[in-house]
Design a protein around this ligand. Structure first.
Ligand code: TRP
Ligand code: SF4
Length: 404
């Protein structure tokens, strides 16, 4: 069986909640578009996750999934460079979720911060359901089913990735342990050959005794190069670097991008519930209208009052869209009241319109070709299934669920 290079595998997911906005583009999607050329990427439209909160109104999901797929494609997520798929079309996620549910302590789920937070925020809904409580575990299954080492998400998701790590650790501890682990490890090391075996042992010691992350990386790279290792030995040697069990499910890490954060039109977080978004499909006229209405530094009541960009949400947008020359012009002009706020907004309007034009053109092409979108998602889901099945075979085996 093919072994997986987890350090090169990326998984991320997005709930199908309708049209995507600029915040998604700058915060997440641009990063995905870049990552797809550097890693083996799986991008999932997580329709089951939508059900955890929208179970009482499922009529829109189908359309939302399609709209979101088109937005992804339009911004450049490429079906040939990455695998984009619909979560529910890969039922293996559900099997892993079930198996993990057996080892997941209730208290771990109850203390995930988003659990109480969202329940309070969505207090008009009854979210004391089994599915909603299990949401982070479903997310863990989404990640672990691909043995993805890297998860590009925003800070609101860090707790969920951390939770996935804890579940992976528990799984490895419960099912990756072997009575004769040490012995098997020593045999595996001897199979590396004298020189490589020595190097592995000393790198492991440097990592374990001095916490030298570079030694860990080098040891991992060394193992990766070993073509002749069996899968079992590989898992043992990877596991031995960090503990005393096989690494059946590697622990995922978040992968953060360093883009400046894009607030909503009013300076708060951009979100549908705040009504402060620009969606990727907004027309040039809508963009102009929305930016023109953006609030500015409250101290600038009159055109002649000087302002301070630090107190203005428009400035945050300049940080994303404008070059240094333009930014200096804003700083200068704002503080000296040399420019008016509408002047200040004009280059922003133009940049956003320019950015959106090609995206919207591509989106139209896909809108006109629903069959193409359907087949991209079907093929992606099939590819994802193959990878997911490989993991499940090992998971079932490790848990003792093999009957042949
Ligand atoms: N919980 C994520 C969100 O609300 C969506 C998600 C589901 C996800 N499964 C995932 C993100 C796996 C990353 C990896 O945004
Ligand atoms: Fe904000 Fe620009 Fe107006 Fe200054 S000039 S308050 S930065 S919009």
């Amino acid at each position: 069986m093919a072994s997986v290079d987890s350090q090169r595998r990326v998984l991320s997911g997005m709930r199908p909640t309708g049209r995507l906005y600029l915040g998604h583009y700058h915060g997440v999607l641009q990063n995905w578009v870049k990552l797809q050329h550097e890693y083996e990427c799986f991008f999932s439209i997580v329709d089951w996750h939508a059900l955890t909160t929208e179970y009482d109104d499922t009529g829109g999901i189908r359309q939302h999934v399609r709209d979101m797929a088109i937005d992804w494609l339009a911004v450049g997520v490429s079906p040939s460079a990455s695998t984009m798929f619909i979560q529910s079309q890969v039922p293996e996620h559900a099997e892993l979720h079930l198996l993990l549910s057996m080892i997941c302590p209730l208290s771990w789920l109850e203390r995930v911060p988003t659990y109480k937070e969202l329940q309070e925020k969505l207090s008009h809904k009854d979210l004391s359901t089994y599915g909603f409580l299990g949401y982070p575990l479903l997310q863990a299954a989404d990640i672990l089913i691909y043995r993805a080492g890297l998860v590009p998400v925003g800070s609101d998701q860090f707790a969920h990735v951390e939770f996935s790590r804890e579940i992976a650790r528990r799984f490895n501890h419960l099912y990756g342990g072997e009575d004769d682990f040490e012995e098997r490890v020593q045999t595996a090391i001897s199979r590396l050959g004298k020189k490589t075996g020595k190097l592995y042992t000393s790198l492991r010691r440097t990592w374990q005794e001095q916490g030298d992350g570079e030694a860990l990386e080098t040891a991992r790279a060394l193992l990766k190069e070993q073509q002749s290792l069996t899968l079992g030995d590989r898992e043992r040697l990877f596991g031995y670097l960090e503990g005393s069990s096989r690494l059946l499910l590697p622990e995922p890490q978040t992968l953060t991008s360093h883009e400046p954060k894009m607030p909503g039109l009013d300076g708060q977080k951009m979100s549908k519930s705040h009504g402060n978004t620009i969606v990727l499909r907004d027309s040039p006229a809508e963009v102009e209208e929305k930016i023109s209405r953006m609030p500015t530094d409250p101290a600038r009541v009159h055109r002649n009052d000087p302002g301070d960009p630090a107190r203005c949400p428009v400035w945050q947008w300049h940080l994303i869209y404008s070059d240094e020359g333009c930014r200096n012009w804003v700083q200068e002009g704002c503080r000296s009241a040399g420019i008016g706020c509408l002047d200040c907004k004009r280059p922003l309007i133009a940049s956003i319109q320019q950015e959106l034009a090609p995206i919207q053109e591509r989106a139209l092409d896909y809108e006109d070709n629903p069959e193409l979108v359907r087949s991209i998602l079907a093929e992606g889901s099939e590819r994802a299934r193959e990878a997911a099945r490989e993991t499940l075979v090992e998971v079932r085996q490790a848990m003792g669920l093999t009957y042949r």
